[in-house]
Design a binder for this molecule. Structure first.
Ligand code: PLP
Length: 398
């Protein structure tokens, strides 16, 4: 049973922002409306997740201690975050490398491909997953529609790189079909789970690589990312970012060539920034305590309620399967006006993109639908007015 109350509890107090009611809704220019606080519906986790209170407290404490603290005291936070992510990804911690951005993990993989390798990617997939291959002029990048990725894997495909959930519109890739096709043709697999980790069960051991930016659904600050590396693919991956901290014993690896790199995937670490990892330890613990399955069920239920409401308002959304990301084509330009009414969503690839996470509730969904209804009425009446005045609707920017 799901009451659609927020799962965030004390970690996520209701979000308030100053809101000037009349300037948004009435469109009366020159009139200064009183500013009153409005509960904000934060429906933008696909852009960045909100930080839990305890993660923010860890950062605050570290900022206060910065001038005096021994930085090595922060290393256990990196170890704890790695272990926590490993449990979420269902792999042993020694298969997880840490870093600070997805593009760097992907760059590591791209740098190891022999010249002439074919990399298969999905049209419109996120650039951090695609571009590190595109800049390798000696690699063949083949771009196909998301729905065709599995059937487009060929004998000469070296690597299939695809996001589990598309950033632009929330579509979910058929990873079973992609995995099976890759196995049939001997291609390696790289999955970007940035838009799925935290609400969708993950079994990263089924892929050669899984890269995750943790600043969205995993509620970490920017600067926290993970890469899982299978044992067999680790053998052909050159640890080009390995410095002292990737040594088997980092403190015996500080000068000259590192004589013994870590046996584990830690040798593919990109030296992690400590402060974001202090918060990550807390955020990932919260995801584990709440439970990915429970979070997924909650998020999907909210998205279903929202889709039903959209339909009642006459809006179509991109068919995504059961994704907590809902994209409304052609409405991207409404994002700024919605934000002024306390509904935070994103404009992506022409879509108005909403995303629902554990701190959201049915009240957020309903608030967004109400604001969209008002927006449609206002836009509709402006359109009528402009038609009467003989102008095109292109001039109707809010
Ligand atoms: C699918 C996907 N991958 C990766 C990222 C982030 O990439 P990076 O860490 O390189 O900025 C995003 C964020 O917007 C994303 O949506």
């Amino acid at each position: 049973m799901n009451s659609l109350e927020s799962l965030g509890g004390a970690e996520f107090p209701p979000h308030m922002q100053p809101y000037t009611a009349q300037s948004t809704h009435s469109g009366q220019r020159g009139h200064t409306a009183p500013t009153q606080p409005l509960r904000t519906a934060y429906l933008n986790t696909a852009f960045a997740g909100l930080g839990p209170a305890k993660s923010a407290a860890a950062l605050r404490q570290a900022a206060d201690a910065w001038t005096v603290a021994d930085q090595s005291a922060y290393e256990p936070a990196v170890t704890a975050a790695r272990a926590s992510f490993a449990r979420i990804a269902s792999v042993p911690a020694d298969r997880v490398a840490v870093g600070s951005a997805v593009s760097m993990h992907v760059g590591l993989i791209a740098s190891a491909l022999p010249p002439g390798s074919e990399v298969l990617v999905a049209q419109g997939d996120f650039s951090s997953l695609v571009n590190p291959f595109a800049v390798r002029r000696d690699v063949k990048l083949r771009i196909v529609p998301l729905e065709s990725v599995a059937e487009e894997v060929r004998e000469d495909t070296a690597l299939v790189a695809v996001s589990e959930v598309q950033s632009a519109d929330g579509r979910i890739a058929d990873l079973t079909a992609i995995r099976e096709a890759a196995a049939r043709h001997g291609a390696r697999t790289l999955i970007d789970a940035t838009q799925s980790a935290g609400w969708r069960q993950m079994n990263a051991a089924q892929y050669d690589y899984v890269a995750v930016g943790a600043f969205k659904w995993l509620l970490c600050p920017r600067g926290v990312s993970f890469l899982t590396v299978s044992e067999s693919s680790a053998e052909e991956l050159l640890p080009v970012f390995a410095g002292w901290s990737a040594g088997e014993d980092p403190w015996l690896s500080t000068y000259g060539p590192v004589t013994k790199l870590a046996e584990s995937a830690r040798r593919f670490d990109i030296a992690p920034p400590y402060l974001p990892y202090l918060a990550a330890e807390q955020s990932l613990a919260l995801i584990e305590e709440t439970g990915v399955e429970r979070i997924g069920a909650h998020n999907r239920a909210l998205a279903r309620r929202f889709r039903a409401g959209l339909e009642a308002l006459g809006h179509e959304s991109v068919p995504t399967g059961d994704s907590p990301i809902v994209a409304v084509p052609g409405l991207g330009e409404a994002a700024a006006q919605l934000a002024r009414a306390g509904v935070l969503a994103s404009s992506r690839a022409g879509n108005l993109r909403f995303s629902f996470h554990l701190y959201n509730s049915a009240a957020d969904v309903d608030h967004a639908l109400n604001v969209l209804e008002t927006y449609a009425k206002e836009t509709g009446s402006k359109e009528k007015l402009h038609r009467r005045l003989g102008r095109g609707s292109n001039s109707l920017r809010p």
